[in-house]
Ligand binder design. Sequence first.
Ligand code: GDP
Ligand code: CA
Length: 325
Amino acid sequence: MTATDALRIVLLAGGVGGSTFATGLRDEIAGRGGSLTVVCNTGDDLWLSGLRLQPDVDSMLYALAGVKDLAQGWGRAGDSRRVADELAAWNVGWEWFLLGDLDLGAHIARTSWLREGLSPTDAIARLQARWDLGATLLPMTDTEVDTHVVLDAAGTRMHFQEWWTRHRARLEPVRFENPGIAVSVPAPGVLEAIAAADVILVAPSNPIVSIGPILAVPGLADAIRAASAPVVGVSPIIGDAPVRGMADVCLRVAGVPCTAAGVAGHYGARGADGVLDAWLIAAEDAEAAASVDDLGITAHVEPLWMSDAARTRALAVAALRAAGI
Ligand code: GDP
Ligand code: CA
């Protein structure tokens, strides 16, 4: 890179952890004249009440637009539930999966564009054109690969959103599946962004149900392995615990230790199977640095708590520094 080149960043991300990290990254690169392309997980997507929902894409959209309900962690700030109450009166949808009125506006807009024949990528382009996000949002794929939670050997299953939002991850899964992912293709622009990147970052997102589906899109992990950019990940596990959410259950089901080193091993060093060059771990996990290094991944001990905008931005700076930027 020369001083005149703009820094091109690609971020792989899920919802809460991914979008929080993305805001820090966006704030940091604004002053450096860089560009940020976010490859969003679409494994959480679902059809509900006749509408197409993309929870992680929408979390990213709302967070970067500054309209997210930060206290709740999802949806639009200041939202109301008049439509949701009407839908409940008709017994339409899931009463435990609240769709706010403003949020429904995005789902109706997206669904109407999909019905007109636009691809999910094009619909997301229209949604994000409303705000100056300081980033470009791409879905990982335009193929529908909604995550199922398989609950027993007979294949009994439910949608991931039902397992998480209704049952709060209390039903023990056998495995997670993304039907159709083996024949999905990366969304337009994803492979190009990866190939052109100066740095590729893996957000502190759920390794199994957020980053897992992204890396499972055929060709996507290979493109990361072939990229010239360094690949730096941020641990979503601090002190052997997920900061929030159900990553501990997901990791257990996948047979991955719920530790910073365990997740590093799951992603693996860039090579035949893995993708990481460097891995940020918290001071609480500093003793794991040597075992991460032993994997062929350079460990960097940094503060990983994204508890406010300044700390989140500092984490973005640390991730770029680990990439030599
Ligand atoms: P989801 O799609 O809404 O579940 O969100 P993500 O997959 O993007 O992120 C969920 C993960 O974010 C959880 O597994 C947490 O471990 C992680 N996370 C949340 N807050 C923080 C934080 O402040 N620091 C770090 N390092 N990870 C966090
Ligand atoms: Ca998600």
